[in-house]
Design a protein around this ligand. Sequence first.
Ligand code: PLP
Length: 437
Amino acid sequence: MDEMTQLEQIYASMGIEKAVYEYGGRILQKLEGRFRETDRTAEYNQLKVLQAMQKCRVSEACLSGTTGYGYNDLGRDTLEQVYANIFHTEDALVRPQITCGTHALALALMSCLRPGDELFSPVGKPYDTLEEVIGIRPSRGSLKEYGVTYRQTDLLPDGGFDYEGIRAGIHERTRLVTIQRSKGYQTRPTLSVERIGELIAFIKQIKPDVICMVDNCYGEFVEDREPTDVGADMAVGSLIKNPGGGLAPVGGYIVGRKECVENAACRLTSPGLAKEVGASLGVLKDFYQGLFLAPTVTASALKGAVFAANLYEPLGFGVVPDSTEMRHDIIQAVTFNDPEAVVAFCQGIQAAAPVDSHVTPQPWDMPGYDSQVIMAAGAFVSGSSIELSADGPIRPPYAVYFQGGLTWQHAKFGILKSLQALVDRGIVTREKLSAAG
Ligand SMILES: *Cc1c(COP(=O)(O)O)cnc(C)c1O
């Protein structure tokens, strides 16, 4: 028998066979330069977060919360200043009462739109769960029920902006433009901050007073700038994704112009009360510490995504982004054209989890989605997708969307586990592994 290193031994004892381990090793050798770049961005963002915390004089008293109405909650108010500082905005709303990303987006939209207004997406169909918020799919309480209309212009087939279509889509009732940074459950490219800036500049030239909102989910800290640095009036996201650093147990944020944040606060709590109420209970220490860790956690997730692309591409699967592309979010799509492979991949990720590794995920009818979805998430925070996770809608082209990893080492193990699951089912052969990479 070959001599095995201690590392090889523990991988073997956790179900990764030698052929899979060695294939992964060959792929990794080529990624040193990419990983160095990722670390450099993380270093910059780490200092940006630290500087904001120091400037806002975060103190020990900020870490303990309030109960009841939550008047004069120093920790909550200071944290909102820290967010505003990082995103270079006038104000921020960062609350555990915002239950998830969809809620944060719904709040931003519903608070800034009035009956008769039109909402416009210049980047095609928004994220699945927003279809019911907008009323693209009929739903109780949607914007459509309140007389807010919706229009979209799709991206061009090559992923470019359809500038003519966008110009034609903006008129006097257009009040808010929603721009989704991340690809979500689509195989279109994610938008870089630079491209978002170009799009906003074009839109503001047509209609300067339109509100440009960016769905920033999965994009935070991936680059050294955020959409609010390039003209966005509002950026919105979830704390159980990048900015919560894996520690935030719940929550969402809205950063932006004072008027936009004020609108959202009035809608979240009540007109007249706005930001003044909302007890932070016991979550503040995790909100702060998670934000502090977010740049390096995001870097770990990014390394995992780059590794996955480089691992699966040589095996003949479609990967978006591809193995060499610059990253603008932490999501990696792998297209299998085979529902069984989607299930195998997700079950492999689940088997790598620190929590619930012994359970086997199955496709189910998840609320808010229009097809069955299989989700792998053995997470400390339920449903957290900054932790190693994968989702696959069971519909053509049978792609999985992989993201997260609180540490790079765990992301690597999870991805190798997914490949092992494909090998175990004969979807990827051992001959193919030794021929590729
Ligand atoms: C995750 C996500 C959302 C919705 O967030 P939830 O927390 O799942 O409700 C919206 N838009 C994008 C692009 C996302 O990635």
